[in-house]
Design a protein. Structure first.
Length: 610
């Protein structure tokens, strides 16, 4: 049931007709009439509806927000619609909008409306490239263009009230927008009394140019996904032309000419949507006085985007957003290897540390965010790609939907996310750079058992396990002095230029994962880099160590198991050499940055805007 709240003020032009129409159409609705102060004449007329409506009198005069709050407290419907007494409601549209509301489980629905010889257009200010604050606050004055879920108001304590900064309608509207999870913009619900009875009449010529311009402007997905590539070509023209129509001024000739040629390039001509025409009733045509054309245009958005991408792909600038930009973090080297592979394909690429993520110095077209612990706010005028390489527990599902493409460094978790978000999600595992990580033995770098990594401010499990045995381990990394005896610590940092020599020269390299990454099967970058150097690895138990590398990475489950496997493989050179060489073949043939960049490019070329 919907609660229709009618605020009675100084006009009653449509009040009784609206109430009668609602009752005669047998809508599942309750009508609540709210009066600011007692008026015997109104009360007498409303009593003619014989108890079919609720009448509420607010004796605090000139405080409309009090009246509205009283009405909300007395509303029993699942949905709320606000009207004023000088407005007529189109019951046909209301019924269909309620169906839309229920079918899509919406929280909030707003409707464009014509009044005072002008148009309020929600699409123009809410779905534009940037929020049009002036238009938005103009819209906020009119709460009677919305339907909202009653539970939305009650659960979030949304009320009408005045303060020094907002009028009551503005704050109510903003709160509804803020708390709504699903919102819908429609047209045709209301028409204001002063327009309907204007002596000069009211008309809007609904020709094909208006239809296409409105269609394209309101299609925010199309609007954003072209990412500025077509902005100067089409949207500015459409925007100016729409503004001319909205102001009921004749279209300027140059805009008209531009649109004509643009439609021929950007759109298909087709018959006007007969299914739309069939849903319109005579009352709607009377309200809107529309002249519907025989044909309309629909955009070739995907076709054009695909052509532009394929024809100009290597001209696009790529920004790689790395959380860290110093030599002590693996993310920095990962980003630079990714950069090198993109440059091989002809792209102009820049790696940006977090301190430069929002700089305008580099005109980026494609943004690749190496997502670990650091959050990035995507810009809508870029093609945004997330490569979730670690710490999936730090990312909420709604963050993935801010991106056009999401790559996840886990086959298992990519499948989980793909089933729960609407954006493109694909697995893209970490990888290695064979120009940096290759086999090179150096006796000066030869350790029997090696571990490379920072403490992460915790006593990492694999170091706790190995130091509880009798084996000696060489540890390189920051922060270990507070956890282990200093005789284990060989240094705080190994330069990336010689790291391959340490991997190549040790007999056993130890590897581990964060607990959540192990559970969600995110294989660490070290597995790929070390195997590329033909290192023999013992790691904590992660499923991909078996599936990706054909069991050529040895895993352990307990201290006893670790102790036994170290002893076995130190005494069996043949078995150790066999696994490290087979592991190297797998990584070099399947898991390099060049191969990953090819996957990224193919996904970009298939990017769909639907």
């Amino acid at each position: 049931m919907i609660s229709i709240i009618i605020l009675i003020q100084n006009s009653e032009n449509y009040l009784y007709e609206t109430i009668s129409d609602i009752l005669q159409n047998n809508l599942d609705a309750e009508i609540i009439c709210v009066m600011n102060g007692y008026d015997e004449e109104y009360i007498s007329k409303l009593n003619n509806f014989e108890g079919k409506i609720k009448i509420i009198v607010n004796n605090v005069k000139n405080e409309k927000y009090v009246s509205k709050n009283i009405a909300l407290d007395n509303a029993n419907g699942d949905y709320i619609l606000f009207l004023e007494s000088d407005q007529k409601i189109n019951c046909f549209y209301l019924e269909n909008l309620l169906k839309t509301f229920k079918f899509n489980d919406l929280d909030f629905l707003i409707s464009d409306a014509k009044f005072n010889n002008s148009m309020l257009n929600y699409n123009e200010c809410l779905l534009s490239r940037e929020i049009n604050y002036e238009s938005l606050f103009e819209l906020l004055k009119y709460d009677y263009f919305l339907i909202c879920k009653t539970s939305l108001l009650k659960e979030n304590n949304i009320k009408f009230f005045n303060n020094n900064y907002f009028k009551n309608n503005e704050l109510f509207f903003l709160n509804c927008l803020f708390y709504s999870k699903k919102l819908f913009v429609s047209e045709g619900l209301l028409i204001s009394n002063d327009v309907y009875h204007n002596q000069e009449g009211y008309s809007l010529n609904f020709d094909m140019f208006y239809h296409v311009a409105e269609k394209v402007i309101s299609d925010y997905d199309f609007y954003f996904k072209f990412k500025g590539i077509l902005w100067n070509l089409i949207f500015k023209n459409l925007f100016y032309f729409i503004n001319d129509i909205m102001k009921y001024a004749p279209a300027k000739r140059k805009y008209f000419a531009d649109l004509k040629s643009l439609f021929e390039y950007f759109c298909y001509e087709k018959r006007f949507y007969e299914d739309i025409l069939n849903t319109l009733d005579a009352q709607t045509f009377e309200f809107y006085n529309q002249n519907v054309p025989d044909v309309c245009y629909t955009p070739k958005k995907n076709e054009i985007l695909h052509n532009l991408i394929n024809e100009n792909f290597e001209k696009l600038n790529v920004a790689i957003k790395s959380p860290h930009n110093d030599l002590t973090w693996g993310d920095y080297f990962f980003a630079n290897s990714l950069k090198k592979s993109f440059e091989k394909k002809g792209f102009n690429v820049e790696v940006q540390g977090a301190n430069k993520w929002y700089s305008n110095d580099f005109q980026e077209d494609i943004v690749i965010v190496l997502r670990g612990l650091t959050y990035y706010v995507p810009k809508k005028d870029n093609i945004n790609i997330m490569w979730n390489i670690s710490h999936p527990d730090a990312i909420k599902l709604k963050e993935y939907e801010l991106y056009d493409i999401v790559f996840i460094a886990s086959n298992k978790y990519a499948s989980i996310v793909d089933n729960n978000v609407r954006t493109v999600v694909k697995p893209l595992l970490q990888c290695t750079d064979p120009d940096v990580f290759y086999h090179k033995f150096n006796q000066d770098c030869a350790d029997e058992i090696l571990f490379v990594g920072k403490t992460r401010h915790v006593f990492r499990e694999i170091i706790k396990d190995i130091t509880s045995t009798s084996w000696d381990v060489s540890v390189y990394g920051e922060g270990w002095a507070e956890f282990i005896d200093k005789h284990y610590i060989k240094g705080e940092f190994i330069d990336n230029d010689v790291l391959n020599q340490f991997y190549s020269s040790c007999k056993i390299l130890l590897n581990d994962h964060w607990e959540e990454m192990r559970e969600l099967d995110f294989p660490s970058n070290r597995l790929f880099d070390a195997l590329a150097c033909a290192a023999f690895i013992i790691s904590d138990d992660i499923n991909s160590a078996h599936t990706l590398f054909d069991d050529n990475v040895v895993t352990y489950e307990s201290v006893e198991d670790l102790n036994e496997k170290i002893e076995f493989y130190l005494n069996n050179d043949f078995e150790r050499d066999k696994k490290r060489k087979e592991g190297q073949k797998i990584v070099l043939s399947k898991h390099t940055f060049d191969l990953r960049v090819e996957e990224i490019i193919e996904t970009l070329k298939c990017l769909s805007l639907d």
